[in-house]
Design a protein around this ligand. Structure first.
Ligand SMILES: CC(C)(COP(=O)(O)OP(=O)(O)OC[C@H]1O[C@@H](n2cnc3c(N)ncnc32)[C@H](O)[C@@H]1OP(=O)(O)O)[C@@H](O)C(=O)NCCC(=O)NCCS
Length: 183
């Protein structure tokens, strides 16, 4: 099965991380990871990840065919999390949505790009045709990561989402044609 893999990834500074799917036993590690994210990094995340109940519901209801969560770890510490979301039936059955978050002390070391690349590779194995990502227009670093991994900007929707402070924010829709990435 696709979710039994474990890989080693190399960052720009030569350090290494283990990439493997999330399992139920990762709950405490994930709570620590999400609670350590600075507020400005959590501002656009969809859920209140500081609430242990949110993490518990993720780890107790793992269904890799709907949400595939990939973790990056150093030892026992989670330093990055990427998810591939799918809707198995209907007109979006060939599309996956990607989300990624990296620990602040691991920024700009290549981990974000490594995780998004891994999502593209996974999408290829799963036979998906397109990947979709929604990013705040005000986050050029995040947009750069997805562009480097093969995504391109398709639309900007003004004021689509509200951040933690309730401020409306513009969102960039980025899409990756999976087939053309790896032939
Ligand atoms: C987006 C995020 C995952 C990036 O993680 P990361 O590990 O720092 O990313 P990487 O180190 O792989 O790549 C960063 C790249 O962006 C570039 N970059 C950073 N800031 C930039 C900016 N302001 N403008 C343009 N490029 C920028 C870096 O130069 C680097 O490219 P390089 O490797 O070619 O030099 C991380 O910032 C994060 O967790 N953000 C909060 C969650 C989020 O917004 N997720 C995206 C929505 S799903």
């Amino acid at each position: 099965m696709v979710h039994t893999y474990e890989k080693e990834g190399k960052l720009k500074d030569g350090s290494r991380v283990v990439l493997r799917p999330m399992v139920a036993e990762d709950r405490e590690k994930l709570i620590t990871f999400f609670q350590s994210l600075p507020r400005e990094q959590r501002i656009f995340l969809r859920h209140d990840v500081t609430d242990p109940e949110v993490i518990r519901s993720w780890t107790e209801h793992i269904d890799y065919s709907r949400v595939f969560p990939l973790l990056a770890l150093t030892g026992d510490r989670v330093v990055g999390d990427a998810t591939l979301h799918r809707i198995p039936r209907g007109w979006k059955r060939h599309i996956g949505t990607v989300r990624v978050v990296v620990a602040a002390d691991y920024h700009n070391r290549g981990l974000g790009i490594l995780l998004v690349h891994e999502m593209v590779e996974l999408a290829t194995e799963l036979g998906l045709e397109k990947l979709w990502a929604e990013l705040p227009l005000s986050a050029p670093g995040a947009i750069a990561v997805f562009r480097k991994a093969g995504f391109s900007s398709k639309a900007v929707i003004e004021g689509l989402v509200k951040d933690l402070h309730g401020r409306s924010t513009d969102v960039v829709i980025m899409v990756c044609d999976v087939g053309t990435q790896y032939g």
